[in-house]
Design a protein around this ligand. Structure first.
Ligand code: SF4
Ligand code: SF4
Length: 78
């Protein structure tokens, strides 16, 4: 049996650091990072192991095209 979870990839240099995805995430799996991207914004970061379900809310909340990609991972559960 497989259990599905999510992994999110943030393209740091396409992120404007608006924080909409951070606020929208129901599992608090995102935060704004401390480093600056090439445009001077603090890009969002994905926090592995925090229960991301792959719901896609962050993707739909983000106003920047191609800044967020959501992937599903199938974990085998014995
Ligand atoms: S896919 Fe859903 S749970 Fe995962 S980081 Fe985005 S909003 Fe949060
Ligand atoms: S919503 Fe998009 S632009 Fe805003 S912080 Fe999240 S990834 Fe960056």
């Amino acid at each position: 049996m497989a259990k599905r979870s999510g992994v999110v990839r943030i393209e740091a240099n396409k992120c404007k650091g608006c924080g909409l995805c951070v606020v929208a995430c129901p599992t608090k799996s995102l935060r704004l990072g401390s480093s600056l991207n090439r445009h001077g914004y603090h890009p969002a970061e994905f926090l592995p192991g925090t229960g991301c379900t792959g719901c896609g809310v962050c993707y739909y909340a983000c106003p920047e095209p191609a800044a967020i990609a959501v992937f599903y991972v199938e974990d085998d559960v014995a």
